[in-house]
Write a protein that binds this ligand. Structure first.
Ligand code: GDP
Length: 301
């Protein structure tokens, strides 16, 4: 239900355009497909994905001899569902059932890392897990304090050093604390300054190596946080982060603030990384597992 409400802007915009399209073009022809391409591009699906998608639709229409646009709508649902098929199996977060799980949040400043950690921490805690936070964004002014606010709000401890200190040292301390306190899940915030990509990627690499060395099998998740309202920029960031940090999943934030949720399709198709969680607002309960079926059927509601 939360998912439905949060996606309302995308859903309304897309379904309205689709309904208009079907009304205007009763017959499935070249013009119909061109208009459909425009609608998908306006929804931020991404050009490459749109081309592949429409190609596939044309194939299906030909093979099944579909001439009526209303009928083709059902096929569109099918094809989109196919596009996200893999996502359906992969949305669950990887948790180590026998000990400490470590999750790393990466992404550029302002994407929503800190907020997502707060929401996720609260969700895990309410599932009965013992959670700890690591404030390893020691670079951005106020980042540590902001994480502390979430810690206070959710009643979860934060391991922190001073601003400007070595993030890998924070992570090391946090891991030791997590081990000695019998923590189930350690959530690590990281810096996201993109001005110096090489430094940032080196820093993330170092953090990851500390985790790998100290906790065998960890990190279970490296979650890339992307702001859905930044459209194709988000896709470019994803490509950049993927090069260095073995991203295991994507958190797409601020879906409530955009009518362009089509970015979900582009990410899945071009990146082959599952969208695991979506941010649908600024409140503590506004983080939901990504539901591919609800997403697609929602588009045509
Ligand atoms: P960080 O720099 O990556 O840690 O980003 P923050 O967590 O500080 O988030 C940046 C801004 O985006 C804050 O004002 C958040 O409240 C807001 N924000 C984060 N997630 C969402 C979301 O899902 N929906 C909305 N509407 N705002 C969000």
């Amino acid at each position: 239900e939360k998912f439905r409400t949060g996606m309302a802007r995308t859903r309304n915009s897309f379904s309205e355009k689709m309904n208009n399209l079907v009304k205007r073009y009763r017959k499935v022809d070249e013009e119909f497909f061109e208009e459909l391409e425009d609608i998908l591009i306006e929804s931020d699906v991404g050009v490459t994905t749109v081309m592949d998608l429409v190609e596939k639709l044309k194939d299906e229409a030909r093979t099944r001899n579909i001439k009526d646009s209303q009928q083709l709508k059902d096929v569109i649902v099918e094809v989109l569902s196919d596009f996200l098929a893999k996502s359906k199996e992969e949305t669950a977060l990887r948790i180590n059932p026998h000990g400490l799980t470590v999750m790393l949040m990466v992404g550029v400043n302002g994407a929503g890392k800190t907020t997502t950690i707060g929401k996720l921490a609260n969700r895990l805690k309410s599932e009965g897990k013992n959670v700890l936070l690591a404030a390893a964004d020691t670079f951005r002014a106020g980042a540590i304090e902001q994480l502390q606010v979430w810690g206070d709000r959710t009643g979860i401890d934060v391991i922190r050093h001073q601003e400007g200190s070595d993030p890998a040292a924070v992570i090391y301390d946090a891991v030791q604390a997590a081990k000695s306190r019998g923590v189930d899940v350690l959530l690590c915030d990281t810096a996201g300054r993109l001005q110096n990509k090489v430094n940032l990627m080196n820093e993330l690499g170092k953090i990851k190596r500390v985790i790998e060395r100290e906790v065998p099998g960890a990190p279970q998740e490296v979650l890339l946080v992307l702001d859905a309202t930044t459209g194709q920029n988000a896709l470019n960031q994803a490509k950049l982060f993927r090069q260095t940090s073995d991203v295991t999943g994507i958190v797409l934030t601020k879906l409530d603030g955009t009518a362009k949720g089509g970015i979900v399709l582009g990410i899945r198709h071009e990146m082959d990384i599952p969208v695991k969680l979506v941010g649908l607002g600024e409140q503590v309960n506004d983080l939901q597992p990504f539901n591919a079926d609800a997403f697609i059927y929602g588009l045509f509601a």
